[in-house]
Design a protein around this ligand. Sequence first.
Ligand code: Z5A
Ligand code: MG
Length: 221
Amino acid sequence: MTKTVKRGALIVLEGCDRSGKSTQCTKLVERLNSLKIPAKKISFPDRTTSIGSIIDKYLSREIDLPDRAIHLLFSANRWELEPEIRKQIQSGVTLIVDRYSYSGIVFTSAKKCVDLGWCCAPENGLPKPDLVLFLKLSLEEMSKRGGFGNERYENIDFQNEVGKTFDKLTDDFIQINASKDISTLTNNILEIVLKTIDNISCKPLKELNFNEIKVKQSNMY
Ligand code: Z5A
Ligand code: MG
């Protein structure tokens, strides 16, 4: 008789700029692996793919693109990894994802060039995370952290708008106070992640469907 492999969990870290998402994703994977739990990190944007390299050029201001075009490229960057995400999860690997569809929706929406429904549409159907952790940091603390200000979007006014837009989208996110020190944060987050991994048991992976949010926030730009 073949033994069924328990699927991995899809865990997303979202949050304010410089809130420590990448740092925590790396540390979480190390801690999970040290507990013999198979886990890998995925980052969006994934700048290593051909679509990702265009995104990288856009973010570093090497090229300009219309807002809708770059939005769709960010989404396409997730769709090009979608088969791999499903494959890894089904083979029992927990994926720790550094930004996901929520960043995609919020960053474009904060530009106020297109409505929220338009921003959400290309994300529908992607694997739905089992858990989204939102790392929250004040604008003041954000601007003090390393590297802030080097890329497109890294300015206080825009980040303020992004923060407000995230607040409208974050109903079922677990909020984490990201101003704590790195290892305290890792311990806090690990506890929540381990509970999620325990709880998924045989539940199938769901798909993102932003249509309800679109109705609820229909006035939002
Ligand atoms: N974007 C988009 O428009 N559409 C999309 O669909 C997606 C993204 C997916 C680049 O993303 C931009 O793309 C981003 C959103 C947009 N624009 N902005 N702004 P990115 O993920 O590649 O961005 P990044 O360069 O990695 O920055 P980040 O993600 O905002 O940073 P972070 O990952 O949250 O933080 P970190 O790199 O882990 O840490 C930042 C610094 O703080 C570093 O010096 C750490 O050592 C320090 N740090 C970390 N944790 C702590 C604690 N706890 N205390 C003190 N210092 C800390
Ligand atoms: Mg990062």
